[in-house]
Design a protein around this ligand. Structure first.
Ligand SMILES: Nc1nc2c(c(=O)[nH]1)N[C@H]1C(S)=C(S)[C@@H](COP(=O)(O)OP(=O)(O)OC[C@H]3O[C@@H](n4cnc5c(=O)[nH]c(N)nc54)[C@H](O)[C@@H]3O)O[C@H]1N2
Ligand SMILES: Nc1nc2c(c(=O)[nH]1)N[C@H]1C(S)=C(S)[C@@H](COP(=O)(O)OP(=O)(O)OC[C@H]3O[C@@H](n4cnc5c(=O)[nH]c(N)nc54)[C@H](O)[C@@H]3O)O[C@H]1N2
Ligand code: SF4
Ligand SMILES: [Mo]
Length: 889
């Protein structure tokens, strides 16, 4: 080997996406790129990665990164930027009081970043207004845990999924959103016959795989689980001894449940399910000891999210199925560090280290931090916090690691409110997020290190603390979030309390606080790590908490029947009947549900860079039932305007009987940076849950009308291009460049003229039939293909799969050049991507099925589809009978 070339070293780190928290092996190539593999030694994934994790290597390039500080749009030095932040914060605190300053943080920050931000705000600046995107994510689960257990504790662990006989998934599209856990569930089914029950108004890919799918009416979960509690009591399935010894409030909860859903028939009526399905679910639950009920956003993001969580937990407490192998309620966390944020106290209703605002807790944290300005009560939660920004009560806002102008409900109003801020600070990894585009009276953009560059810890859904490790050089002037905050603290005169030499020192302080005067009174205790040397911090984790100084780590809590309430008993909660928060009207006859797609992460600032991940769903869409679509004259692929009193978006209609009649589903991934008119967050009403403050994101009354455009088309370019205003468009990364799907009222002649103008001086190969409104062109710079466009009347919208394949080659062969213009090339394509890991298209899969591959395994053997992460297996399974039936016909 050349002596100057270093052997590649592999770094163990953790996936920055979902809360499964998979271990990743990253091998940098020394040129800024990295090879990614699953870590076989990590107990969350044992070497597996889903499509998003596998494609991490495609997202680490420096394109589009924010690399330098900016003040009011102009690049500046760190010195000047931090001087502006500290100076303005000081002035605002003096003039309006420290509680006119707010922080909006993120479950994607590392624990160390989060800890330092929380400490600065709550102990030193003295503002309680620190909330996080976790308010939108799992604050209802937190509130439900605290009501039931007296602490925010996830009782179980991933092994419970391997060891359960029934897994109930409530409001969770696990196959797409927690794919590696879903793989574990499917393995359990194969190994021990585990039955899957899926509770979701939408028949998702997860629902397709269920043994029992319960497609209930939106928002009726508390009725379903109330009916179950009544059934458990009526059939002798309650563990009377456990209830007597370890809980309180059973009678009250049962009485309320009986008022909501006294029988199978009443439960069916209240949920819109059939009596047979309700009875089957009740029998399965009551007759099985090892039941895990896993829940996520269909439960949490609800005007009744906390009650939904408690209705579930009630059924587990009643049967004593908690803290035991294969049994328990299980909140699946979304973000990689949703749990870490809860541990440091990043939510507005927490102080620090799972402590709240009892006077002795406030005093304890004050003494530990030596804090001059400790806060004494809760701050405003996200929805209220942004309302206070709009009212002018909040004068300074610092946003870190989240994109609220896309992800908050009523996002247009949020964007408007920013304008009034005296100081608006955004710590970001990318230069052009919608949140970074917004401006206050003074706007500061601070470049943060991103995944692969930063160093610290995250905690996954099963309380396991893993390391994210740096394996790339810090780019430009980007810095770690914690270091930026510590620097501002120093400028505000708090240098001594923020003099951290490295992330390990912060972690030790955090661990020490968790153990401080704890003595078993608080669930979160990682005192065993309070003295962890730098080298051990660098090498040892993952570890599961609790991990006290004395005593052992526990995979499961509450096995001893003792809880963190003052009397040690768990609480049953009397929940409310489903409130029709989504009550539709004549003007807004649909219920708009929102959520995720398989291959994109949130606002796409990272997954949007990957052509593999951009192929599965390349256009913002709205799912609608075929009967509703027919009534409105909307066909598959048509554009439709979805609107609510808060905003509107134009989305491509996807007809599916997977959504109920009267329901719509759209995903909130697209932003103003990636589409002209598809920021779905703007439409969402976001009524907060009265207990947790988590906004309802799954049920907004909405209207849908066709949005006809004269022509539809696509444009592939090497560099990103933004069409003129008036055009509808959505952007997706394609191999070798950037792709746009667009719609316009312009004629094909006008579009042809525009192309000639745009690519002046280059060679245009054109095909035009303006009489029929068809136009295609390919633009060459010598032999190099630099752009390619196809346009047709909307009803004949051209597909882009084949053109994308040609565009992937820089210099296509003559045959390919002809095919590009012919418009017939489509037949040569692989069709829309189904398997993102191996890039296998629909047509290839239907081809191998037609040629005899009769099972998911056979399809995998024939074309590799579904053999890596398995997220597309439900889609393949669904294709099998369709193609086989077509074959037989
Ligand atoms: N691919 C991908 N994976 C992700 C993410 C991502 O952006 N992309 N984000 C991560 C994050 S932060 C999170 S929070 C998780 C979210 O993971 P999930 O909660 O699985 O995802 P969602 O799609 O938001 O919503 C889940 C389901 O709730 C259903 N639902 C709507 N209303 C109701 C109702 O009233 N009752 C019930 N029972 N169900 C209802 C929706 O139809 C939807 O299918 O995913 C994580 N994983
Ligand atoms: N309608 C609707 N809205 C929703 C949801 C829904 O289901 N429906 N789900 C909600 C949920 S559960 C969630 S979790 C939120 C997610 O919503 P957001 O948190 O707003 O989405 P992200 O795209 O993950 O935003 C993270 C931002 O941080 C930046 N970033 C990346 N790494 C770093 C870093 O190291 N430091 C800093 N400072 N910045 C970094 C990224 O570029 C990106 O802009 O959306 C919520 N909004
Ligand atoms: S399941 Fe996928 S997105 Fe989630 S942590 Fe694992 S690899 Fe990352
Ligand atoms: Mo989330």
């Amino acid at each position: 080997m050349n002596a100057h070339v270093q052997a590649p070293t592999t770094v163990k780190t953790t996936c920055p996406y979902c809360g499964v928290g998979c271990g990743v092996l990253a091998t940098p190539d020394g040129q800024g790129g990295v090879a990614i593999a699953g870590d076989t030694g990590h107990p969350a994934n044992f070497g597996r990665l889903c499509s998003k994790g596998s494609a991490l290597g495609e997202t680490v390039s420096l394109d589009g990164r924010l690399l330098h500080p900016h003040v009011d749009g102009a690049r500046t030095s760190w010195e000047a930027a931090l001087g502006t932040v500290a100076g303005s914060l000081r002035k605002i605190a003096e003039q309006h009081g420290p509680d006119s300053i707010a922080f909006y943080l993120s479950g994607q920050l590392l624990t160390e970043d989060y800890y330092v931000a929380n400490k600065l705000a709550k102990g030193f600046l003295g503002t309680p207004h620190v909330d996080t995107n976790s308010r939108l994510c799992m604050s209802s689960a937190v509130a439900a845990h605290r009501r039931a257990f007296g602490s925010d504790t996830v009782p179980g662990c991933y092994e419970d999924l391997d060891e359960a006989d029934v897994i109930v998934l409530v409001g969770s599209n696990t196959a797409w959103c927690h794919p590696i856990l879903f793989r574990r569930m499917i393995d359990a089914r194969q190994k021990r016959g585990t039955k899957l029950v899926v509770v979701d108004p939408r028949r998702t890919q997860t629902g397709e795989e269920a043994d029992l799918f319960l497609g209930l009416e939106p928002g009726t979960d508390t009725a379903l689980f109330s009916g179950l509690l009544v059934h458990l009591a009526a059939t002798g399935a309650v563990d009377a001894r456990y209830v007597a010894d370890h809980t309180s409030g059973f009678d009250g909860a049962l009485e309320r449940a009986a008022a909501i859903a006294p029988s199978v028939a009443a439960t069916a009526a209240a949920t819109g399910l059939s009596e047979a399905d309700v009875a089957a679910f009740f029998a399965l639950f009551s007759g099985t000891e090892r039941v895990v009920t896993a829940f996520s956003q269909g439960a949490n993001q609800s005007a009744q999210g906390t009650d939904k969580g408690n209705a579930i937990i009630n059924c587990h407490l009643a049967t004593g199925r908690i803290g035991r192998p294969g049994a328990g309620p299980f909140s699946l966390t979304g973000q990689p560090n949703a749990m870490g944020g809860r541990e440091v106290g990043g939510l507005a209703n927490m102080l620090a280290a799972h402590m709240h605002f009892a006077p002795e807790e406030v005093d304890r944290v004050r003494r530990f931090w030596k804090a001059p300005n400790i806060i004494t009560g809760e701050g405003m939660k996200a929805v209220a916090l942004f309302e206070a920004v709009a009212r002018g009560k909040i004068k300074a806002l610092w946003v870190m690691g989240t994109n609220p102008i896309v992800s908050m409900p009523r996002a247009d109003a949020i964007r408007e409110s920013i304008k009034g801020l005296d100081l608006y600070v955004v710590s970001e990894a990318v230069a052009d997020s919608d949140t970074a585009r917004a401006t206050g009276k003074k706007t500061v953009l601070l470049p943060a290190l991103a995944w692969g560059e930063k160093d610290g810890t995250v905690t996954n859904s099963e309380r396991r603390i893993s390391r994210q490790r740096a394996f790339l050089k810090p780019p430009g002037e980007a810095r770690a979030d914690w270091a930026i905050i510590a620097d501002v603290a120093k400028r505000l005169g708090h240098g001594a309390a923020f003099a951290y030499p490295n992330a390990a020192a912060i972690f030790r302080e955090h661990a020490a606080l968790s153990a401080y005067e704890n003595n078993g009174t608080r669930d979160f205790d990682i005192g065993g790590l309070a003295d962890i040397p730098d080298a051990t911090y660098a090498g040892t984790l993952p570890l599961q908490w609790p991990l006290p100084k004395r005593g052992k780590a526990k995979a499961r809590l509450f096995a001893d029947g003792r809880f963190y309430t003052f009397d040690g008993r768990a609480r049953f909660v009397a929940v409310q009947a489903p409130a029709l928060a989504q009550a539709v009207t004549e003007a807004e006859p649909f219920v708009l549900n929102t959520g995720r797609v398989r291959d994109h992460w949130h606002t796409m600032t990272r997954t949007g860079k990957s052509q593999r991940l951009s192929a599965h769903r390349a256009v913002p869409f709205v799912e609608i039932h075929p009967d509703d679509a027919a009534r409105l004259g909307v066909q598959e692929g048509d554009l439709a305007r979805v609107s609510t009193p808060h905003g509107s978006a134009i989305l491509e209609a996807m007809l599916t009987d997977g959504v109920r009649r009267g329901n719509l589903f759209a995903s909130f991934h697209w932003s103003d940076a990636t589409a002209s008119d598809a920021r779905v967050g703007a439409l969402v009403r976001g009524v907060p849950d009265p207990v947790s403050g988590q906004p309802e994101l799954k049920a907004t009354p909405a209207a849908l009308t066709p949005a006809p455009y004269r022509n539809r088309g696509f444009l592939l370019t090497r560099a990103e291009y933004t069409p003129p205003s008036g055009w509808w468009w959505a952007r997706a990364t394609v191999e070798g460049g950037s792709g746009l799907q667009f719609a316009t009222q312009e004629s094909s002649r006008a579009v042809a003229l525009a192309m000639r103008g745009l690519f002046q001086g280059l060679e245009l190969a054109e095909y035009a039939d303006h009489a029929r409104g068809h136009y295609r062109c390919a633009v060459y710079d010598g032999a190099r293909l630099v752009a390619c466009l196809a346009l047709a009347p909307s009803a004949a919208k051209p597909g882009w799969e084949a053109a994308k394949a040609y565009f992937a080659q820089a210099e296509p062969e003559p045959a390919a050049r002809r095919a590009l213009l012919s418009g017939r090339a489509e037949s040569a394509s692989a069709g829309p991507t189904v398997c993102a890991c191996h890039g296998v298209g629909l047509d290839v899969i239907t081809g191998v099925i037609a040629a005899g591959a009769g099972s998911v395994e056979a399809v995998g053997a024939a074309c590799k589809a579904g053999t890596n992460c398995g997220s597309c297996i439900p889609e393949i399974r669904k294709l099998l009978p369709q193609v086989l039936a077509r074959n037989a016909a």
